[in-house]
Design a protein around this ligand. Structure first.
Ligand code: CAA
Length: 381
């Protein structure tokens, strides 16, 4: 596989890196401490074109590719993993299904506003009793005339409280199981949309994960994405791309853990020398560096397949699985290298440790990624 980045991909990477270093270093600490949604940072992402990064120019986006998207997410996650997932959920999980499956009217209406950052997006699939088993959702959409009426509850919805647009999954024919699920683009100012609560989480505090409730939410028929019964496939195709974003986020967190460890190990003295002189520390640093490169290569491979219009189900699951577990290992070792200081709020590594964990959980747990990979290599799907 060709791994050389093009000039435009390098330009996006440089732009995101500069923005992250200048604007996110302090904001990452602040949002973690206050749990505040970083609205001004998100607005800035919109001005820079990063909220419509792979949206074609004719729909108001930057017209870049998924490789650029992954590079940008990584840079942002180095400084603020919460901002990275706000961007990733908006792009991969809300813009992509409209772009990939929506009709011309839906694209014209939603994408320019989303790409400019006027409307933030979210993806409402998970329910209290349906996380890994996404086909088990209980939300129902009943059609009468030109409207569907949706009732149900959604859980852990990233950007739920701030979103103006949501991709909502509900069953239009419960007797058909996963083949009865349909997808809708919903404007969240529709009566019946309610944010029930925002979860108090271990990490990524700036990204708000909400429980949502829909009570007789009336959605115009023209907001159906694709056709009735295609919703589950749309969700799976969307997650194929979403997992690339989470893999890139994990690479960014792991890189932050390594960078902090390198600098700490160079200055921290023990037994008369900087701890970087000792093999016990060097081997940890070496393992972190190897895993970060491997994780990035897997992530860019999946992104490249997506850009080529090829299916990337297995590859994005591999990238997300490896990168998230590598991030957790890197963050764990970073705390270890920092010793007792690593367990205090004075050093950022304790945040990396808390932020890394979620990458093994959302957009499919590590167990689900292994299932997807196994199904693919066994030829079961
Ligand atoms: N692309 C296209 N079609 C796909 C597909 C894919 N990647 N994966 C499955 N399908 C199709 C299958 O071909 C099959 O088609 P038929 O109807 O023709 O039979 C159909 O979908 C059902 O497939 P499965 O039998 O494999 O479905 P399943 O019920 O066994 O579930 C699963 C498979 C992989 C476990 C799936 O449920 C899954 O991915 N679960 C995890 C859900 C998840 O990731 N949730 C994340 C929520 S979003 C989030 O976390 C956002 C956030 O906060 C940031």
């Amino acid at each position: 596989m060709e791994i050389e980045l093009s000039e435009s991909q390098r330009a996006v990477q440089a732009l995101a890196r500069r923005f992250a270093r200048e604007k996110l270093s302090a904001a990452g600490v602040e949002t973690d401490r206050t749990h505040r949604f970083p609205a001004e940072i998100v607005a800035e992402l919109g001005r820079l074109g990063l909220l419509g990064i792979f949206v074609p120019e004719r729909f108001g986006g930057a017209g870049a590719d998924h490789v650029s998207y992954a590079l940008a997410i990584e840079e942002i996650a180095v400084e603020c993993a919460a901002t990275a997932v706000i961007l990733s959920a908006h792009s991969s999980l809300a813009e992509w299904p409209i772009l990939g499956v929506g009709n011309e009217r839906q694209k014209q209406y939603f994408l320019p506003r989303m790409a400019r950052g006027e409307w933030l997006g979210c993806f409402a699939l998970t329910e209290p009793q349906a996380g890994s088993d996404a086909a088990g959702i209980k939300s129902r959409a009943v059609r009468a005339g030109d409207y569907y009426t949706i009732n149900g509850t959604k859980n852990f919805i990233t950007n739920g409280p701030q979103a103006s647009v949501a991709i909502v999954f509900a069953s239009t024919d419960a007797s058909q199981g996963h083949r009865g699920i349909s997808a809708f683009v919903v404007e969240t100012n529709t009566p019946g949309w309610q944010v029930v609560r925002v979860e108090d989480k271990m990490g990524i505090h700036g990204a708000h994960s909400a429980q949502l409730s829909f009570t007789d939410l009336r959605v115009p028929r023209e907001n159906l994405l694709g056709e009735e019964g295609q919703g589950f496939k749309i969700a799976m195709q969307t997650l194929d791309g979403g997992r690339i974003g989470i893999a890139a986020q994990a690479v960014g967190i792991a890189r932050a853990a390594l960078e902090a460890s390198l600098s700490y190990a160079a200055q921290r003295q023990a037994f008369g020398a900087p701890i970087a002189k000792y093999q016990a520390i060097q081997w940890k640093l070496a393992d972190m560096a190897v895993e970060i490169d491997a994780a990035r290569l897997l992530t860019l491979r999946a992104a490249r397949l997506k850009d080529n219009g090829q299916r990337c189900t297995k590859e994005s699951a591999m990238a997300k699985l490896f990168a998230s577990e590598a991030a957790m290992r890197a963050a764990t070792q970073a705390v270890q290298i920092h010793g007792g200081y690593g367990y205090t709020r004075e050093f950022k590594v304790e945040r990396y440790f808390r932020d890394a964990k979620i990458t093994e959980l959302y957009e499919g747990t590590s167990e689900i990624q292994r299932l997807v990979i196994a199904n693919n290599i066994l030829g079961l799907r």
